[in-house]
Design a binder for this molecule. Structure first.
Ligand SMILES: [Zn+2]
Length: 397
């Protein structure tokens, strides 16, 4: 058999890309599982996986599963065969990773912004992409930020940390780098990386809730990320849980953000002579300082209540609670748990709740996963659309 010249991942057929996505989303998969997921006949799936093995995209795991029928050898992706860049933007800096097909971070780059004007941020991104591309050429760039993103991943709106009202960021970055670029809300990107490479792997219905500076919620339903109308799903941060609670920045009394975000907890306790950072305050609560204990218990009750509502609505197999604020659970976990159980519907799903720490790099890895998904869904060839100029960007109010 003549060996084919190995193709770039962007040149694979939709079925071949679908087979790679099926293997990634399952961690590893047998030919029969790939065939079931893509509705392919046995000869077709053999041909497709055979080509992908020959061209170095898939490889047998080496472990043979013996059941009642023929022995089965699962397939896994060859991690080094392709890569994407993921970039997380905050109000102060950009954090970038080069990630391979196996979800592993190969290289990182960080740049602190001198200015958050759109053109200056695009110039920073251009430098980071050039630096990371020296290691390996990326198929696509993903950028994530705390903002509303168009469902097609091209434009961003209401990016309050960067003070952008609207910006056609994907096209601007695509133009200067020559690499197709896609945008994502940062919590959705984090949800996708958990679904493909983390605690949500292999599950079709997953919720990710983040608590920290703010509150976020990303949802996977029927194996797909939920975007909602205009990319506005998962807005649980200002759900009111107790109308006699503290105030949030938006003037809600007793919303989840008012109880449980790090700035709210710091603000509530500053009136009691308790300084220091969030970790210091958590330590005061553990040591039994009455005000600190009260504030952490209330934060845990509010968090548990809203987690139950998320589970009642989605019915996920897994709910992942993460973020810099999860010390709430370490300090007052039994209260979080009690409130969660109290507010679950009596017929609610037997959801497994996973509480895990959040390495900041995960945000950028999420963006790289959004880019990888776009590659595997044939969006890497999307033409870079020229805009008139950056004057389409408006300054936020
Ligand atoms: Zn609020």
């Amino acid at each position: 058999m003549a060996t084919k010249h190995p193709r770039d991942i962007t040149m694979l057929s939709a079925t071949e890309r679908g087979a790679i996505e099926a293997v990634i989303s399952q961690g590893e998969a047998s030919r029969a599982t790939i065939g079931d997921l893509l509705a392919l006949s046995v000869p077709r799936v053999s041909r497709v996986t055979g080509d992908l093995i020959e061209e170095g995209f898939l490889a047998p795991t080496g472990e043979v599963q013996r059941g009642s029928g023929r022995p089965v050898q699962p397939l896994q992706v060859v991690a080094t065969r392709a890569c994407t860049i993921g970039i997380k933007l905050t109000g102060e800096a950009a954090y970038a990773v080069l990630m391979n097909l196996g979800g592993e971070v190969v290289a990182t780059s960080v740049r602190t912004f001198e200015s958050t004007d759109v053109d200056d941020v695009v110039a920073d991104i251009e430098l980071m992409v050039a630096e990371l591309s020296e290691k390996s050429r990326p198929s696509m760039i993903g950028i994530s930020l705390a903002a509303t993103v168009d469902p097609n991943g091209r434009g961003v709106h209401d990016a309050s940390y960067l003070r952008w009202a609207s910006a056609p960021l994907a096209d601007l970055v695509g133009q200067v780098t020559g690499v197709p670029t896609v945008l994502s809300n940062d919590v959705n990107a984090l949800t996708l990386v958990e679904h493909w490479f983390g605690a949500g792997q292999g599950h079709d219905d997953v919720a990710v809730v983040t608590i920290g500076t703010g509150v976020g919620c990303g949802l996977i339903a029927n194996g797909e990320l939920v975007h909602g109308l205009g990319g506005r799903s998962g807005l649980i941060g200002h759900m009111i849980v107790d109308r006699s609670g503290p105030l949030c920045d938006l003037g809600h009394r007793g919303c989840l953000a008012a109880f449980a975000t790090i700035p709210s907890i710091v603000r509530q306790l500053s009136g009691y002579g308790l300084g220091g950072d969030f970790a210091d305050l958590a330590q005061h609560a553990v040591e039994g300082h009455p005000a600190a204990e009260r504030v952490f218990v209330d934060a845990a009750v509010a968090t548990g209540t809203v987690l139950a509502y998320v589970v009642n609505i989605l019915g996920p197999q897994r709910l992942i609670l993460t973020g810099d604020g999860i010390a709430i659970n370490a300090v007052a976990g039994e209260h979080l748990d009690a409130a969660y159980r109290e507010h679950l519907h009596w017929r609610a799903a037997q959801t497994e709740v996973v509480v895990q720490g959040l390495d900041f790099e995960e945000w950028a890895r999420g963006a790289a996963t959004v880019a990888l998904r776009a590659v595997l869904r044939g969006e890497a060839e999307a033409p870079v659309v020229a805009t008139d100029d950056a004057s389409t960007t408006e300054a936020a109010q």
